[in-house]
Structure formats: structure tokens, C-alpha cells
Design a protein around this ligand. Sequence first.
Ligand code: SF4
Length: 337
Amino acid sequence: MTVAPPTDGVLVDRYGRVARDLRVSLTDKCNLRCTYCMPAEGLPWLAGPELLDDDEIVRLIRVAVHQLGVTEVRFTGGEPLIRPGLVGIVSAVAALQPRPRISLTTNGIGLDRLAPTLRTAGLDRVNVSLDTLDAERFTRLTRRPRLADVLAGLAGAAAAGLTPVKINSVLMRGVNDDEAPALLRFALAHGYELRFIEQMPLDAQHGWDRTTMVTADEILAALRAGFDLRPDPVERGAAPAETWLVGGGPARVGVIASVTRPFCGDCDRTRLTADGQVRACLFATEESDLRGALRAGADDAELARRWRTAMWGKRAGHGIDDPTFLQPVRPMSAIGG
Ligand code: SF4
């Protein structure tokens, strides 16, 4: 017997998981060209009319907060800092009641300049991507000589009070996997919270290879060689990162092991793409169009109903280990973290 999706209330799926954490991709464009994300020449970007405008984004977030029980909003990209209307969008979302917690995932370029304004607009905290501390290696990995800008962005975020400042690092075998201890030392010295992320099959080139992915076990072994790691007493809940206290704390380090230690059973995420599609999961191969309904005059109740229906069909997990696994057509750069 097929059970119908709920007609009111929060974003619940068939497994009883409730999505409270909304990830909003503000653009598919980026000012870096990370080798594990996109080709050097970039990608065929979404055309202007396909993109939600600032008012449409704020309206959909308002529906999510007012009608669907969303309490966390994370802005992602591509690179969200290059979205011209970012500050206005943050300010409008911060004015919503109940006020959601607002965070942003960024490559850090330009963050030193924008951090104070974003803080004033209502941004609470940031996650900054940083995979290496070596300038040459950074240029090879991102195809841009911008390490100094990222480090300035981190410092600017901390100075502006966008805390905790979290760092996301992806390690690749034979590329930067020797840097785990150095990255942790750097984070500890600056009071940043470091999380390593297992590389996921979401690259535009579809070149992901499990054998080059550095696993959580390997990362922890590398860290334990130089650091005293103890289980974190704080309840993990739906948080993607598994965390450890470093040297008895309070400093922590985390690992987001989507591939080898999936956490889908507690997932509380829902996603909105820059072109107005709902994705129930990072690895979803289906999407639900809200932009069309919105532009055709649908009211908020109708948009909420469509969103609930989209989430009701969420799969139990990403299925990466299934022989039938299909990598999503939409690349990570157009989904966001
Ligand atoms: S893979 Fe999908 S279901 Fe699993 S935690 Fe990520 S978004 Fe949630």
C-alpha cells in the first residue's frame, strides 16, 4: 500500500527523517578550477534566465522556514561569494521569523573583504575549503595561485566573528594526503575547526576512483601518529562530521566519511539548486522543479506541497556501494556542499 506524502507540516520522508537543514546553491559558477571538481576550462554554466533571482530565492527560503520547519540555511555554490546579491539575500533571510541559523560554504576568496558586511547582514558562521598549505600545490590543485587569498579569508572571517570558522579539506592519494597533520596543526594554531571530507563521486568529469580516495580510517591513522584523539562526548545528531577531541579538547577535528561510514540514516538535509530544483539527496538522480511552478503563479502553499512531495520520495541512502549506483548528472559545482 502506497502511503501518500503529508499535506502539511515539516519535510519528512518515508523513513521518518525530517529535513531541517536547507542547502541553497546560489550559483554554479566558481573562481577556482579544482581538479577533483571541474575541468580547467570550466563548465557550460546555467544561463541567466534559468537562475532564480534574489527575490525568488528569498521567497523559497521563506516558504521553507515558515511552512516546512527549516531551521538552518547554508549558502553554497559553485562559489556563493561571487553572487552579486549575496548580502541582500542573507539580510532578508536573517529577518525571517523564526530566524534560521545562517552559514556559508566558500573557497574563501574575497571573504576577507566581505566578512564584516556579511556578519552585519546576519551571517552566523562559515565553512572554508582548504586542501593544502603549500602555495605551489594549491595552484596545481585549483589551477589558480590564490592560497594567500584563502588564508586572508579565514583570518577575516575569524576577525569578523563568523565563528566557529570551519575548514573543509579533501585529501587525495599521492596529491595532498601527506598534509593531514600539518593541516590540523594549522587549524589548532588559529582556532579553526578542521574537518576532512572523503572525496565523493560528484565531479563533473565522472573520474572518481575509489582507490585514490583517502578513507576515514587512513586519515585517523595519520592523525593519531601525532595527536591524541579522543571520542567527542557531544552528541553527533544529524551532523555529517564525526568529531574527536584533540589532546582532551576543547579543540576538535572531524571526518565526514560519506563513502566508508555513511550517515544517511540521520540525514536532515534538503537542497535547492540555483535554478530552482529540489534535490532530496546530494546523490539524487531525480529533481523536483519549483522554479516553473513559482513563475507560473503557484502560491506558497502549493510550493510547500511540492517540496514535501519531493522529500517524501527520498531514498534511504546514497547507494554508492550498490552495483547499480549512478553518479548524478548534475556536478557538485551545481549542487553545493
Ligand atoms: S548522501 Fe544523501 S541521504 Fe546520505 S547523508 Fe548525504 S544527502 Fe543525506
